[in-house]
Structure formats: structure tokens, C-alpha cells
Design a protein around this ligand. Structure first.
Ligand SMILES: [Zn+2]
Ligand SMILES: [Zn+2]
Length: 295
């Protein structure tokens, strides 16, 4: 189990009351949204792994507490875990590289930057907290400053992913979105465009990836600065399906209007042949919703 930042009740529910099947719990840092239930988890008989600083912050010291250090590998059940430092406003914050012998997962949240590069990772689960583009303008200055210095922005996540070897990567999970400052669909689309990989947003909001890994391999191109950029060229047809899917999944006229304002230019650019069809679907969906409202 990675993190325990919700109530023990919720954890039990999510695990279908089989907490005894869990071989251990990794805790990235001492903030409540990651560590809240740690003492309860330990009471339930699960060993917890965390840095010295985290243990102090959460008051964990019993025999179920295992102190870990950056870049010192350890085993939990069938997994090997390599902790690494993350950059967050909480001492002793860690990310984890977890391997079960066949696949490798990188888990990193609450960090504005990751200095390590990873090779052969199958799954990236990384924070994507905000985008410089969507930072709410009425956000308090102090909050904004904290966000910029302690959390991963969309722009940095993309840079981080592009700097890594994605050849084995099967999925990217974006975690820890801050509601007011992020736009799940936009984030997912951007990361998918930049990496050519299926992208999922948060566990609670898990839906189908926008684009399933298909036999069309992602290919490498170069941008003007001659840095490699991973991109999967989506076909017009794929964009059309994506946009039509969006329209069907939006459930209010207001949301649809916001969606249209945001994506109008992209639709014209990415699937010019289908603009009329998408427009018709949009108009039909609005009519449908208005009718549903009236009755
Ligand atoms: Zn935190
Ligand atoms: Zn957090």
C-alpha cells in the first residue's frame, strides 16, 4: 500500500476489508493527506515504512515503524523499494521506485521537481497539481507561492516525463490534482500528447484513458531546440472520437460551453475534417440537456 492519507475506514473499504493481505505501507511524508491513518494502519498489523522525519511528524515509533533512507533499497513482501528524495516543504519527503521483479513503478507526489532519471519504468504515478496556465487568479499570494515551490506543475511533469526513458512505459497516472487549479481533462490530454502513452487521472476519477496503447508506436521527434520530444501523432479520426466522447460525457450546458470555448481552436487544428460533425454533436447534446432540464 502506498500512503494512508484517508481514514482507516475508507482504507478498509477500498481494500474490501482485506487489510491483512497488505504486506506493508509506504508513507511519503508527514502531511495529513498522505499519512493521516498511519497509527491506525499499524494497529491493524501493517508495517509502515517512512523517513525518520516523517515518523517524528506523525508520532510513529512502535515496532511496526521502519525507518528508511533515500537511495537505500529495501524489501517489502515480494517488492523491492528504492526511496528517493523529493522536493517538498516537508522534511524527509520521499518518492518510491517499486519493483516486483517484472515491472517497475515510480511513485512521486508532493514535489515540484524530481532530480532523478529512471530507466525501464512500466508505470509512472506522479503528481500533477496545477498548471501555470490554470492557476486561479484569485488565489491567495501565500498559497500560490507555496504551490509553486512544493508541488508539481503540469509543465514540469511533462518535462520530467520527457526526460525519462518511456520505452517500457505502459501507463501514466496523474495524482494529487488540486481542484480549483487544475483541469483534469486538459492535463490528461496534454500529458498524453506529450508522451504518446495512456494517461489516467487520479484513482477516484479513474476513467478510460483517452487513448489506449495501440500498435501504432509512439515516435520520437525533435523540437526546435533539438531536444527529443516524445509524441504520438494522433490521427484526425482519433481526435474526433476523443472530442465526441467529451461531448457525451459532459452533463450540463454550462460545462459544454466552457468545454467548447477551450477546445474550439484545437478541434479546427487537430481534426479539420470533422469540425461539422463535432459541431452537430455539440448542438444535439445541448438540445438534449435542455430538454432533460425542461421535463
Ligand atoms: Zn505534502
Ligand atoms: Zn499532499
Amino acid at each position: 500500500m502506498i500512503e494512508c492519507g484517508v481514514s482507516i475506514r475508507r482504507i478498509r473499504e477500498c481494500l474490501k476489508f482485506r487489510l491483512t493481505d497488505v504486506c506493508g505501507c509506504l508513507v511519503s511524508h508527514g502531511h495529513g493527506d498522505h499519512s493521516k491513518a498511519v497509527l491506525d494502519v499499524q494497529k491493524a498489523g501493517v508495517d509502515c515504512y517512512m523517513s525518520e522525519e516523517t515518523a517524528q511528524a506523525v508520532g510513529a515509533n512502535g515496532h511496526r515503524t521502519h525507518i528508511i533512507e533515500p537511495l537505500k533499497q529495501f524489501r517489502v513482501g515480494q517488492f523491492t523499494v528504492m526511496p528517493f528524495e523529493t522536493e517538498h516543504d516537508c522534511a524527509g519527503s520521499l518518492g518510491f521506485l517499486i519493483s516486483d521483479g517484472t515491472s517497475k513503478l515510480v511513485f512521486a507526489t508532493d514535489t515540484f521537481y524530481i532530480k532523478h532519471k529512471f530507466v525501464g519504468i512500466s508505470i509512472f504515478a506522479v503528481e500533477c497539481n496545477y498548471s501555470k496556465e490554470t492557476l486561479s487568479p484569485d488565489l491567495d499570494h501565500a498559497v500560490k507561492r507555496r504551490l509553486l515551490r512544493s508541488h508539481f506543475s503540469l509543465e514540469n511533469v511533462i518535462q520530467f516525463l520527457q526526460a525519462n526513458d518511456l520505452s517500457q512505459c505502459q501507463a501514466i497516472h496523474l495524482l494529487h490534482l488540486s481542484d480549483a487549479n487544475s483541469d483534469a481533462e486538459m492535463f490528461r490530454r496534454r500529458v498524453m500528447q506529450a508522451t504518446g502513452k495512456p494517461v489516467y487521472v487520479g484513482a477516484d476519477r479513474a476513467r478510460q484513458p483517452l487513448h489506449r496503447a495501440d500498435n501504432q508506436a509512439a515516435h520520437q521527434t525533435r523540437n526546435r531546440a533539438n531536444e527529443p520530444v516524445w509524441s504520438h501523432k494522433m490521427t484526425q479520426q482519433e481526435w474526433r472520437d476523443t472530442f465526441l466522447g467529451d461531448i457525451q460525457s459532459l452533463y450540463s450546458v454550462k460545462l459544454l460551453r466552457v468545454w467548447a470555448a477551450r477546445w474550439a481552436e484545437d478541434i479546427k487544428r487537430d481534426c479539420p475534417d470533422y469540425v461539422d460533425e463535432i459541431r452537430a454533436a455539440y448542438v444535439a447534446r445541448i438540445e438534449e440537456l435542455k430538454k432533460a432540464c425542461a421535463t
